[in-house]
Ligand binder design. Sequence first.
Ligand code: MD3
Ligand code: FE
Length: 222
Amino acid sequence: MSAGPLTADLFESTADTKPSQEAIAEGAVLLRGFARPFEAELIADLHAIVAQAPFRHMVTPGGHQMSVAMTNCGSAGWVTDRSGYRYDSNDPESAKPWPAMPSSFFRLAAQAAAQAGFNDFAPDACLINRYQPGAKMSLHQDKDELDFGAPIVSVSLGLPAIFLWGGLKRSDKPRRFPLKHGDIVAWGGPARLVFHGVAPLADGEHALLGRQRINLTFRKAR
Ligand code: MD3
Ligand code: FE
C-alpha cells in the first residue's frame, strides 16, 4: 500500500479500499475512501429515506430553483423557499417529520469526525444533495446552524465532482479538490465558515448509483 506508516496503522486496507487522510486546510480533513465499507448500508438506507421524503428542487429566497435536488433525514432538515433558509422539523411537502437519521448514517458521521479530530460529534440533521449531470452549487457559507463550534461532515457517493474551496471572503479564489465515491471531508474550527461550492457535475455512470452524485452533509443544527 502506498500510504505511510501512520495511515497503515490507522486503517485496514482491502484490494479496492485504500483510505488515506490529508489536511486540506486548517480545520479541514479529507478522508479518502472512508465511507466505502459503509456503502451498501448507506445506499439501502438512502432508498428508504427517499421513499418517505422524495428529492425535490427547492427555491431560493431570490426565487431561483436549485439545480441540486434535496431531501433530509434527522430531527431537523434544511429547507429554502421564498421566505428564506432555515431548519424545520417537518418536510414542507408532506407536513410530516423528516425520516429519522439511520444509525449507519450517524455512526459513519461520528466515526469520521473523530478520525478527523472532532470528538463527540452528534449530528441532528443530514441534508442529502442529489447532483445530476450539469447540477452545481454556487459558492456559499453554511451559517443557518446555531453553533458554529460543531463541525460539518460531508460524504460523497456516486459520480465524482470538483469541490470548490474558497476563503473567508466570497471574492477569495477557490481551490479545486476532486471528491470521489466514498470520500469524506470534516470541516470545523477555522474552516467552518469558509465559502465553498461544487462545479457543474460532469456526465458519467457510477457502478452503484448510475448518473448521479449524492452528498450527505451532517450538521448539528440546533
Ligand atoms: C466547508 N454541499 O450542502 S459538501 C451544502 O457537495 C454543501 O453537496 C456540497 O455545500 C456538496 O451546504 C459540499 C462539503 C461542505 C459542506 C459544508 C461546509 C463543505 C463545507 C461548511 C463549511 C466549510
Ligand atoms: Fe455548504
